[in-house]
Design a protein around this ligand. Structure first.
Ligand SMILES: Cc1ncc(C[n+]2csc(CCOP(=O)(O)OP(=O)(O)O)c2C)c(N)n1
Ligand SMILES: [Mg+2]
Length: 360
């Protein structure tokens, strides 16, 4: 088996036995395949960044795949997903094609946000994927809003909101979780605790390290899960999503995970040791899932190699497609940035607080 990124080949590293049974053979095979696809896509994106074809910010999700994949497996097609800027994995698993994602990274018109958003602002509205947001914590109130809308329309939808642990001391986090609990909103808040906010380790920035206990402050259910184990993540998010759907109650989950690469492509990650990264790779989400599949006789090494080959081919195809796609035309630069058509024009715009133009 060729090992992407994580090189440790410890065959004894397995997913949780009980959760594996719950997930079952079919779903675990799917999860493993999905994680390979995300990882190979991002490895390709890193190469394209190094080649200069991708510029600007680019935050890789490598190491954290089990969170997006396990959580997505616990949602339904009509649910809503929203996340921060480390969004490639979430976008891909939620229905953005590899071609549209790579084209977006390269700023091409064929990208999922027509090349306007880039790495941090991937969207797939029709698939219920609402971004890709660059301001830390700023999308958490939007998730509460989606939850409110779903409840108002009695739509039976769940909103899953992902954010890093760096967002936990932002006011928006407290305001949103408070209202979500007060108003019984069907939202699952998932903190992807990868241990670092840029170069700042959690211990240097947070007065508490058991972040899931913050749920108590809002009177909502809280849980901590090993976010490197896709089976445990699925099980934990499933329980929370069921609670949201059946009881219209929010949950706050802390998914402990780890990013192998720097904060973004321009981060040499000097704030941690190589040994620390190597140690965390022993518990790599792909390795755990693949070892478990082989261990249980649910997949052969040859099958996993075939998934890997397909994943690499898809990533290469996405690159070729993105490279061959046109840049946005300069004259269209202002289009697709705001809602179309704009509801106002400057000459008929009135300022509600301006007594000269206010209608009484
Ligand atoms: C309000 C705000 N402050 C600061 C920044 C700069 N910034 C970008 S990412 C980041 C760290 C966030 O870390 P975390 O939430 O743990 O997410 P991770 O990158 O680990 O996925 C900061 C401070 C920002 N984007 N928004
Ligand atoms: Mg973090």
């Amino acid at each position: 088996m060729s090992k992407p990124e994580a090189t440790a080949a410890d065959a004894t590293a397995l997913c949780d036995a009980k959760a594996t049974e719950q997930v079952g053979k079919k779903r675990l095979r799917l999860f493993a395949e999905q994680m390979r696809r995300i990882r190979r896509f991002e490895e390709r994106a890193a190469r394209e960044y190094a080649s200069g074809r991708i510029s600007g910010f680019c935050h890789l999700y490598i190491g954290q795949e089990a969170v997006a994949v396990g959580a997505n497996g616990a949602t339904e097609a009509h649910d809503h997903v929203i996340t921060a800027y480390r969004d490639h994995g979430h976008a891909l698993i939620r229905g953005v094609s590899q071609r549209a994602a790579m084209a977006e990274l390269m700023g091409k018109v064929t990208g999922c946000a027509r090349g306007r958003g880039g790495s941090m602002h991937m969207f797939a509205k029709d698939e219920g994927f609402h971004g890709g947001h660059g301001i830390v914590g700023a999308h958490i109130p939007l998730a509460a809003g989606f939850g409110f809308a779903s409840k108002y329309r009695d739509a039976g939808e769940v909103t899953i909101c992902f954010f890093g642990e760096g967002a936990l001391n932002q006011g928006a986090f407290y305001e949103s979780l408070n209202l979500a609990s007060l108003w019984d909103l069907p939202v699952v808040f998932i903190c992807e605790n990868n241990g670092y906010a840029m170069g700042t380790a959690l211990e240097r920035a947070s007065a508490v390290s058991d972040l899931y206990t913050k749920a108590d402050a809002f009177g909502m259910a809280g849980a901590m899960v090993d976010g490197m184990d896709v089976t445990l993540t699925w099980e934990c998010v499933k329980e929370a999503a069921d609670r949201a759907r059946n009881e219209s109650r929010p949950t706050f989950i802390e998914a402990r995970c780890y990013r192998y690469r720097g904060h973004s492509m321009s981060d040499p990650a000097k704030y941690r040791t190589r040994a620390e990264v190597q140690e965390r790779k022993q518990h790599d989400p792909l390795l755990l899932a693949e070892n478990t599949l082989v261990h249980k006789g649910w997949a052969t090494a040859e099958e996993i190699d075939a998934w890997d080959k397909t994943a690499k081919e898809q990533a290469a195809d996405a690159s070729d497609f993105a490279i061959a796609s046109p840049e946005p035309d300069l004259k269209d630069l202002g289009e697709y940035v705001y809602a179309e058509p704009l509801q106002w024009t400057p000459d008929r715009y009135t300022f509600p607080h301006d007594p000269a133009t206010r209608e009484h």
